[in-house]
Write a protein that binds this ligand. Structure first.
Ligand SMILES: [Zn+2]
Length: 410
């Protein structure tokens, strides 16, 4: 999987030049391009605005399902889920007859390029907002890796660093706050000044993006905060590439009421209870801000339901964008077939998919529902603070080309 010479490292079939100056790749969770457009127009991002003259801006496609973990893992491995195996937060283990959470590194089918670069001699640091990603991002990595959420628990032996809140100069924020992402940026700047890693990966949380639309005060405040930290990283001489794990859209009608297709209820009515199982791979232990509702679902057929009949009944429902069989879905979206159901269902831009009405607690939603997961959230920005050289013409950029861009083209 991994080979190296003194100038480059090959990981998962792709070659990366070893960095000559510090490289920072940031994954801004839920960063629909419009957040940046609006914040720049409002004068909230003077540093990023300046990159129009001396940097680079591309539009890239993320991995579908446009969820956090599949995309973060794609960015740090440089390959899609068909190779690394992480295609959501959950899959249905048919043999075990149980929903299995995929945030354990044992589900990762390949090494990360972060680990490869560290093995090639680079000093690597990783900071993630939520702890659910830490073990996956840090798998096999000799270097620094901790989450903002559990920053106080970081130990030298296990995380490559300790005493993090004091070093960063911030209290550990609530997991449901803009502060959790700010801690990631602040830690990144502090690490750049104190440790000067060759490679740093910073991954935030989409708490703000789930609540606040582009151009709102809360969104612009977040991006203004981010702009300051990006400027500070630039001032330290870092090559910066910023991208996103996925976009974000309002999933409501014009009154702000959520458009929800309760897919399990629908299938139970049409084909009988117990014949199908709907899995929502967005489901995770932190559901308050989206009620476990996203635009991607996978359906396992267990009874005498035929695939065509189930597809037809789902496709006929308002709000559904596409219903694909496993094979077609896995080819189109580069997913691992053994972790995908018989059907993949994607909803339209303004709609989300639920299981059964009684399984979603919407009481925690204190703002009109915004979410992601579908093809409608696939386009994300890639911004760099260098203009790039010899960029391939007409290339379809993916967010998981971020390290390729940073190391091979800037
Ligand atoms: Zn995300």
């Amino acid at each position: 999987m991994i080979s190296m010479d003194d100038k480059s490292v090959t990981a998962n079939g792709r070659s990366y030049a070893l960095p000559r100056q510090p490289v920072v790749v940031l994954c801004i969770d839920g960063c629909e391009p419009e957040y940046l457009n609006q914040a720049i127009s409002a004068g909230c991002m003077p540093y990023v605005a300046e990159l129009r003259q001396r940097g680079l801006c591309l539009t890239a496609d993320c991995v579908v399902p446009s969820f956090t973990n599949p995309n973060n893992l794609s960015i740090v491995t440089g390959v899609p889920p068909s190779v690394h195996g992480i295609c959501g937060n959950y899959f249905w283990d048919r043999d075990a007859g149980a929903e299995v959470m995929m945030n354990d590194p044992k589900y990762l089918r390949t090494g990360t390029l972060l680990a490869a670069l560290a093995d090639g001699g680079a000093k690597v640091a990783v900071v993630t907002a939520k702890d659910k990603l830490r073990a996956l991002l840090g798998h096999g990595l000799s270097g620094i890796c901790f989450s903002a959420e559990k920053a106080a628990d970081a130990q030298l032996a296990t995380h490559g660093i300790d005493d993090v809140p004091r070093r960063v100069g911030m209290e550990v924020p609530s997991v449901y706050s803009a502060g959790l992402s700010e801690f990631v940026f602040a830690a990144g700047v502090r690490l750049m000044r104190s440790e000067r890693p060759d490679i740093m990966y910073l991954s935030t949380t989409d708490y703000v993006q789930h609540k606040a639309a582009p151009g709102t005060d809360a969104a612009n405040d977040f991006y203004a905060m981010m702009d300051g930290y990006l400027h500070a990283l630039d001032a330290e001489g870092a090559v910066i590439v910023l991208t996103a794990d996925h976009g974000m859209n309002a999933k409501t009608d014009a009154f702000g009421r959520p458009n929800i297709v309760y897919l399990q209820d629908l299938l139970d009515r049409t084909h009988g209870a117990g014949t199908t199982r709907v899995i929502l791979p967005i489901t995770d232990p932190y559901v308050v801000h989206h009620g476990a509702l996203g635009s991607f679902a996978t359906v396992y057929l267990s009874g005498p339901v035929d695939v065509m009949a189930a597809s037809r009944s789902i496709a006929a429902v308002a709000g559904i964008d596409a219903v694909l069989g496993r094979e077609e879905a896995c080819v189109r979206f580069e997913l691992p077939p053994d972790r995908v159901g018989d059907l993949v269902v994607i909803s339209e831009r303004l709609s989300v998919i639920g299981t059964s009405r009684d399984r979603h607690d919407l009481s925690g939603l204190d703002a009109p529902l915004r979410s992601h997961g579908g093809v409608s959230e696939q386009q994300v920005p890639i911004i760099a603070n260098r203009p790039g050289r010899a960029l391939p013409v007409g290339r379809r950029w993916r967010n998981f080309d971020a390290f390729d861009l940073a190391l091979n083209y800037l």
